[in-house]
Design a protein around this ligand. Structure first.
Ligand SMILES: [Zn+2]
Length: 440
């Protein structure tokens, strides 16, 4: 099949191309070129006409909590307390994470992955913390996300906060799931994951990273989402969080660290020098009052940085817009970050943080994970689209509802803005039922 559009962004950092097309064969990009030329070369191919649209790589959401949707719009009696430790001890852990079961996890996962697909996301990394849903939590979640057709990396956030045995069960869940996904060989895979330094002891952290090395997967942890973890580490280990991870020998490219909001200069050095990969969540950082992550400095130091929603908002356009605006405001510099840099983080950058190979560009040999975004229609801008303003138009003035078609690995998953094979009303109803169970 040949997919053509008025514009194509084959890689976020390359110049957009006018009247451009890609050819898809066996789930991969086979060729790319001007629409007329490519069609003349392959006259028997099917043609998907994306007139009025821009063709670009699908988004890679580098950090999401699919179950998080169950806690959006919390019922008033359960409203969280403002203090960080109270938020975890009195609200998030007992009322949300500890109460999750397989049915709740599956319902939320099915609905949110369909919503992610509708908004142009083709790959995601999920972090599930549900200590009382062990064992089998990831397997229940996989059944739910498989229907979306997305490329999913799922992990269970192992923690010792419920005791050593529960921590071991969390690691075991990841190991079993990673091996099982390898045997199946479909689009869902697994990764190793631990919570934080304040819920995981040193031997446990080492064990997680050793298992990740044995299985050749990355290991994720939330790092310094606000000021609290760095302070906790200084108090309990006599050094800051990433100094501690470095001290125990796990700071390496195998480490995928999310958040990284409050970093000391030494911690930035450790990330840059050890090759730790970072995911950035500008909107949820604002929501929790965590601060502004030093993303521009990390990028300047050559760190691999991806972009994620954190399960807060599923619209990756909104997340990109957040990064674009936040870092300009923080630096008092309207040239601090470009739309191209933001789009790069949301596509190839995120894919690199997750070790997804040949994902994030539309070049020959790369996966056919792509989206067509409407530039015209009632919400189109009056100013003509040109190569110099296309990416600004995408990042600032488009949203998930402008995505018209989405393909993952050569298969269409969204057509005309609708998720193929998904009854969104039914998925939403099931999630409402499970949210009611959770809050009861
Ligand atoms: Zn998170």
């Amino acid at each position: 099949m040949i997919i053509g559009a008025d514009w194509a962004v084959t890689a976020a950092l390359d110049e957009p191309r006018r009247r451009w097309a890609v050819r898809v064969v066996d789930g991969l990009i086979d060729d790319s070129g001007p629409v007329a030329e490519l069609r003349a070369c392959h006259p028997d191919d099917d043609f998907c006409d994306g007139s009025g649209c821009v063709l670009l790589p699908g988004f890679v959401n580098a950090h999401v909590h699919l179950y998080g949707v169950l806690a959006h719009g919390v019922p008033a009696p359960a409203a969280p307390v403002a203090d960080f430790w109270g938020f975890l001890d009195d609200y998030w852990w007992p009322l949300v994470e500890n109460a999750l079961d397989h049915e709740m996890i599956a319902a939320a996962a099915a609905w949110v992955t369909a919503d992610l697909a509708a908004g142009g996301t083709t790959s995601f990394f999920d972090i599930l913390e549900a200590p009382n849903a062990l064992p089998g939590a990831l397997f229940a979640q996989r059944e739910a996300v498989a229907g979306s057709g997305l490329r999913g990396v799922l992990s269970f956030e192992a923690t010792e906060r419920m005791g050593e045995a529960n921590g071991r069960a969390g690691l075991h869940e990841n190991v079993g799931f990673i091996e099982d996904c390898r045997a199946r060989g479909d689009r869902v895979s697994g990764a190793m994951c631990i919570h934080t330094t304040f819920t995981c002891g040193e031997p446990f952290i080492r064990q997680a990273f050793e298992a990740a090395a044995d299985l050749d997967v990355f290991c994720h942890a939330h790092v310094n989402e606000g000021v609290h973890e760095g302070q906790w580490c200084a108090e309990h280990h006599g050094m800051r969080t990433l100094e501690f991870y470095d001290h125990i020998g796990v700071a390496s490219p195998r480490f995928q660290a999310s958040q990284c909001v409050q970093l000391s200069p030494r911690e930035i050095d450790i990330i840059a020098e050890s090759g730790i990969r970072v995911s950035h969540m500008p909107l949820s950082n604002c929501e929790v009052g965590g601060g502004i992550a030093p993303v521009l400095e990390l990028l300047e130091r050559g760190v691999t940085v991806g972009l994620g929603s954190d399960g807060y908002l599923n619209d990756m356009f909104a997340v990109m817009r957040g990064a674009f605006l936040l870092h300009r405001a923080a630096t008092l510099d309207p040239g601090a970050i470009s739309a191209a840099t933001v789009l790069h983080m949301a596509t190839e950058g995120s894919a690199r943080t997750l070790g997804l190979e040949r994902v994030g560009r539309l070049e020959p040999g790369w996966h056919a994970d792509l989206q067509l975004v409407d530039l015209e229609g009632p919400r189109g801008l009056p100013t003509p689209v040109e190569a110099h303003n296309l990416l600004d138009q995408l990042v600032l003035w488009r949203s998930a509802s402008d995505v018209s078609r989405v393909m993952v690995g050569g298969d269409w998953v969204v057509d005309g803005g609708e998720v193929i094979g998904a009854d969104m009303g039914e998925l939403r109803s099931r999630t409402i039922e499970q949210a009611a169970r959770l809050w009861s």
